[in-house]
Design a protein around this ligand. Structure first.
Ligand code: MN
Ligand code: MN
Length: 464
């Protein structure tokens, strides 16, 4: 007769019963992740960092290959904002691939195309928020500026300021409580309007007393001196405003870590490290890091782009002298995917939005989400029981700690990931990733057990 303990589903904190060596390995992995997270504040920076790590692990550009054999490690960069890495399997690509797909874009503030103005003696930047943010969280915190500017002559220059200890930082002002009675009585969604997210960037007037806007002029002179850019160059630029803080451990026990952009760089890093450690897999292992998930996966750098299919076609064509498109179709149909994205952890400060039996609990393992979507599963990517069962077995066989979880109460809202766009390619796809507190805030919190288990889980999946 089975006992109740043997029959029931239960999660437990992953730190229970862990030995010192395992804990040290987990913490060391998270230290590496903190470095990646601190250096990768934009998708371009994450793409670059990932590329450098991949090259150090022996990956070469796919474009440099004239044929592919088992064990080859290749990558392809999508316009500097996304990267696909593959380790070629013994079975051949058309037999199917094991894909772990994550996104490296994050909710943030972008500069508008014509951002610079002077008002009340300040030089200011106009911003346009990107993705789902709570606008009030972006005032009165230190901000840094990162981006790429294409100048009139076609050359480009990168901007990155506000991260080094002796760099200046920037900020968006907020109203003092003494005068905020009108603001404080507004709805939180309306208290800070989008057009109010203007960044303070300077206050010194130029010496030229006849100049029209002397503070703006002085700022433009600094920008020209430092980066060689003019005001018109902002029109052909992508510049992001992000929190200037660095990732830190959280808690007396250091069991968690906080930082900006963990959605979804936590899964990105875990997937990247996993693919970097794959040698001679049976099936081709793929790590896919994409852009634009936070705004619907649109455009040529998002998951809806043909870039991924083209990559698979290229792999197939480099494995045969008689390529035809069916090989690519077979490769996709025979593939399977983990859509690696974060989810919401159960939060003791906000129990009212969660249904506890179907919530991920911090540090109880990485989360498997059978379906996403909103309310009546609208827009859901729903993995089949067969596929969830398959993934569950892979995790159990590899000793990976996992748990089930949904975003929140069914009537309250919902969300989606890249899963649906991968699934549309006729690929079995399941969402699984790391539970977070304060998701989409400037300071997201993740548990170290969950981060480490995501890495172990992705690696086990790639090696299947
Ligand atoms: Mn995400
Ligand atoms: Mn997100």
């Amino acid at each position: 007769m089975k006992t109740y303990d043997e029959l029931k589903y239960e999660v437990k904190n992953g730190f229970c019963g862990i030995n010192e060596a395992e804990k040290a390995e987990m913490f060391a992995f998270c230290d590496d992740y903190k470095e990646y997270l601190g250096k990768g504040k934009t998708e371009r920076q994450c793409c670059n960092l990932s590329l450098k790590l991949a090259e150090s692990a022996g990956f070469v550009p796919l474009s440099s290959k004239t044929s592919l054999v088992a064990g080859d490690k290749v990558y392809s960069i999508n316009r500097g904002k996304g990267i696909i890495l593959a380790v070629i399997g013994q079975d051949g690509v058309s037999a199917g691939t094991n894909i772990v797909g994550a996104h490296i874009d994050v909710p943030r503030l972008d500069l508008k195309p014509n951002p610079l103005y002077e008002d009340g003696g300040f030089a200011m930047f106009k911003t346009h928020y990107y993705g789902g943010i709570k606008k009030y969280q972006w005032t009165a915190i230190p901000l840094s500026i990162h981006g790429t500017v294409i100048k009139a002559d076609g050359s480009s220059v990168d901007i990155s300021i506000g991260e080094d200890a002796d760099d200046p930082v920037f900020c968006i002002s907020d109203l003092l409580p003494h005068l905020a009675q009108d603001q404080m009585s507004k709805k939180m969604s309306e208290a800070i309007p989008g057009e109010g997210l203007n960044v303070v960037i300077g206050n010194i007037p130029d010496e030229d007393k006849d100049a029209k806007e002397r503070v703006k002029y002085y700022t433009l002179k600094i920008l020209h001196e430092k980066y060689g850019i003019t005001e018109t160059d902002f029109i052909s630029a992508e510049i992001q405003i992000v929190p200037a803080f660095m990732p830190r451990d959280i808690g007396f026990d250091r069991s968690m870590l906080a930082g900006f952009g963990q959605d979804d760089r936590v899964c990105s890093f875990a997937a990247l490290r996993a693919v970097m450690e794959i040698e001679n897999p049976k099936r081709t292992a793929i790590c896919l890091l994409v852009d634009k998930e936070e705004v619907g996966s649109m455009g040529n750098t998002g998951m809806k782009s043909r870039f991924f299919e083209n990559f698979i076609a290229k792999l197939c064509s480099l494995q045969t002298e008689n390529y035809n498109d069916l090989l690519t179709r077979d490769a996709l149909s025979n593939s399977m995917c983990l859509s690696a994205d974060v989810c919401a952890a159960w939060d003791p400060n906000y129990p009212e939005v969660k249904e506890k039996r179907n919530s991920a609990i911090m540090n109880c393992g990485f989360q498997i989400t059978k379906y996403t979507g909103a309310r009546g599963k609208s827009g859901a990517s729903d993995a089949s029981a067969e596929y969830v069962g398959k993934v569950r077995k892979i995790m159990d066989d590899a000793g990976v700690m996992w748990q089930t979880g949904l975003l929140g109460k069914v009537d309250l809202g919902g969300g989606g990931t890249i899963a649906q766009y991968v699934a549309n390619l006729d690929i079995d796809t399941l969402d699984c990733g790391v539970p977070l507190l304060s998701m989409h805030s400037p300071y997201e919190v993740a548990g170290k057990v969950d981060i480490y288990m995501a890495y172990k889980g992705y690696k086990a999946f790639m090696l299947t």
